[in-house]
Design a protein around this ligand. Structure first.
Ligand SMILES: [Fe+2]
Ligand SMILES: [Fe+2]
Length: 160
């Protein structure tokens, strides 16, 4: 770390990563304590946050990176694939919760957390490599586009 030129929007995204990781840990703890109500509520909030975060990347940040930095295309393709994998794991969890299969909740949270942490680390590496991209001069425009996505999204259909 100690990267003085670290762009604001990356800091903000990285901060989001820590928040998602902490949220999932809290959910695991509630599931471990067999507080299902709390675990489900924590998971619901976690999923809302993660979905919006992935949309911001899939719909705004990744396309901008692809557009302005052709060398990064392969990395972005990998990151997109990891989002798909994360979405699958979330759907499996939703299935577990819908069927009130609470004995498997804690165990099912583990692979999700592992894959998410691997993805976050990979993504932070890619974003750090972009830290001198001319794209970062467009901070306000980017933040505006991210803000426009808003928190409401039914695309991925994770209702539970
Ligand atoms: Fe991210
Ligand atoms: Fe991501």
């Amino acid at each position: 770390m100690g990267h003085g030129a670290m762009p604001e929007e990356s800091n903000w995204l990285v901060h989001d990563h820590r928040r998602h990781e902490a949220a999932l840990t809290e959910c695991e703890l509630a599931a471990g304590a067999e507080d299902w109500r709390e675990a489900v509520e924590l998971f619901r909030r976690f999923v809302d946050g993660l979905r919006l975060h992935m949309r911001m990347e899939d719909e705004v940040l990744y396309p901008l990176f692809e557009e302005t930095c052709p060398g990064v295309a392969e990395d972005i393709a990998d990151l997109r694939y990891e989002h798909e994998r994360l979405s699958q794991l979330v759907e499996e969890l939703v299935h577990v919760i819908r069927h009130k299969d609470f004995d498997h909740l804690e165990a099912s949270l583990r692979p999700l957390k592992r894959i998410m942490m691997e993805h976050n680390a990979h993504e932070e590496l890619v974003f750090r490599r972009m830290s001198d991209s001319p794209l970062l001069q467009r901070r306000e425009e980017i933040m505006e586009r991210l803000a426009r996505l808003g928190p409401v999204d039914e695309d991925r259909g994770f209702d539970f």
